[in-house]
Write a protein that binds this ligand. Sequence first.
Ligand code: MEZ
Length: 534
Amino acid sequence: MYSEQFRDSLAAVEAARAQNIALDPARMTAEEKERLLAAYHPDYKTEEFSVLTVGPNAGDRVPHELCELLQAHSRITEQSVDLTTPAYDVDVLVIGGGGAGASAAIEAHAAGANVMIVTKLRIGDANTMMAEGGIQAADKPNDSPAIHFVDAFGGGHFAAKRELLSKLVCDAPEAIQWLSSLGVEFDKDADGNMITTHGGGTSRKRMHAAKDYSGAEIMRTLRDEVLNRRIPVVDFTAAIELILDDSGKAAGAVLMNMETKELLVAKAKTVILATGGAGRMHYQGFPTSNHYGATADGLVLGYRAGAKLLYAETLQYHPTGAAFPDQIFGALVTEKVRSLGAKLVNKRGEVFMHPLETRDVTAASIIRECADRDGGLSTGNGEAVWLDTPMIEQIGGEGTIEARIPAMMRMFEKYGIDIRKEPILVYPTLHYQNGGLDITPDGMTPNVENLFVAGEAVGGIHGKNRLMGNSLLDIIVFGRSAGQHAAACAKHTTVGALTLSHVTAFEQTLEQAGIQTDAVSPKLLPNYTKQPAF
Ligand code: MEZ
């Protein structure tokens, strides 16, 4: 139900719909894309970045908000924590209870390791749960991992670490089989074949989905498996610092009970950081599609312990965040809506781009349409363009929306908008951290032995822009692999004396660099109340 202010524009969109469905908008050339990104993509706004002065990435630029956290004080001092009596002593400590952490824990457990998950909220409270449109895997006869590689490598501006991307695409078909064997209900046709669709930048239909709640279905299954295996999960307990041993290897973490603030020590032979993304940092003031706990914690923990970041200056703004109504501002409108045929149109009802360009290009195009082409509508939360959802029913037939994207239908229905009959208003929303901690293909950080990273906290798998569906894939592929390698590594690891001397050393480098700050990190939760953060 839209108010009067949108009436004329809605009429224009409706009048142009039949013609717009038939339209096949041209793809942009590489030069057009580069020009567009440089002028409109938030990653290219140099004034929104600071240069790090301390730590392994000194000299690199990162968003202001991340710079503040990476160069902040620890929540503890070396002297304030008693490392001599650990509350937990395990082979593999998994920090994070999303899809990557759960996959890692399952595989480590299957390999016979004594594994434990700690998570600052509850298992499943993670971006995995909020992923909608699907997971990529080249498992159809017209496709191959090589073609998948080419799509993702180009989409990521040829910056992905080849060995990581290669592992991602080669292990993808098996990842789908693994998930199916655990009980994920992927969409299938009447003959039992997986239904696959396109995403932005894919040259083959390889997006496997469970309607438009693919991440929730995957997380449901992984969580069940963790619980069935009786893997210990310590909820509402945040890791606030990594512990090393006297030879510099990762050897556990200092934990904080989120309610009582009690500190606990977890000793471990190997540690897996699977802490997820950073949408709740609201870089450049953007709303976010991310989970409440997405505050870049893993980057901070790893960085202070000496692990290097890769591409931490690149973020993904999902082109279609809900822009109206206010209650769902920034929430994800899955790319699958465009895969099913909906096109982006401006306030005059004009299609202004191909709907399945890669995400960075699509987001920049929407921003340009609003900022410089008078194509946006004012919503009260800035400007927005239309995503013409009724096209889906006209292309795929009545009932397509309810069958394929029921969660989208329900989300807007709550506010009186029937997406089968009316278009929706969208604008880019902060969605994904392309960069993160550098790893080798076995998931270990090159600089800190026995420290593994999986999921959104990793940088380099996707280069400088990720394609839809490659994140649900990477949490499975690299989560499983980290679990297997961490378990194997734990078998021949003897932990030396535990130490937090790196925390003291980092504090000294801050002082030497003349950095004066009141900030403490990791942030753990966003602070919407403007009260002092705990
Ligand atoms: O990979 C993603 O980010 C994804 C599946 C999002 C979506 O549009 O549904």
